[in-house]
Design a protein around this ligand. Sequence first.
Ligand SMILES: [Fe+2]
Length: 265
Amino acid sequence: MLRLTENQIRFFKMNGYLVLREALDQRLCAEACDRLWDDPPPSFKKDDPDTWVGPIKEEEENPDGSNHKRSFRWQYRKIGDEPFMIDMLPGAMNGIAHQLLGRDRFKPIERVRGIYCTLPYGPDAERKPVSTHCDGHPFSFGCVAYIDEVPPDGGGFTVWPRSHRTFWRDFHSRYRAEYGPFYKDHAATFASDHVYDQTYGNAGDVVLWHHRLGHMASHNYSRQIRKAVLCDYVLKDVDILEEEPPGNDMWVDWSEEVRDVSGWE
Ligand SMILES: [Fe+2]
């Protein structure tokens, strides 16, 4: 079972994210990549990358959330509760979740979000500006798992290191999306500072990220479809905790092991 070292926990506390290399079973990643082709946009050919360039043709869009296809996004959610998907991601991450949040303090994950794709922008695509945001739904940390190679500039999850320490205080609630007066300005400043880390990697790599970390789903200038499987860990008593304000200790709801790691300031 995977476990984090003290230094990895320190990095996570300091920066709000952590990239784990080769954390997932390669066979399960390959199976997920294969299943993506159950029901693709009709003009997409599995072995021809030239057919994968977005946006999805209007007549091939699908508004149905179970296999949503529109513009440069293709979200194959239907398989999110299949046992192999649960084995692949939460199955590999549960030990770390126990370590970070405390034994049995989080809701068991019975469904992941499915395979989230960002289509290639094409060879002539103009570079687009970056922006950052925090997510609005209540959770403690998220996982972005790559099930295929994601090259640099290939739509990898982009994070603003250390921004969780600012954004933590920018909400009225510890978990809910109740934005305070400084959130927007801080988000704009982080985006314009351009101090971000665009993650990339190989099948089986996982990005763990704190729920108040600034991030974006970045642009895909590669020739590949960016394929990521996502899930979020949520505390069982989040309904009670979200009534609380952020407070001075941003690790108050985390495990003793996390709280004991010093030297992250
Ligand atoms: Fe987001």
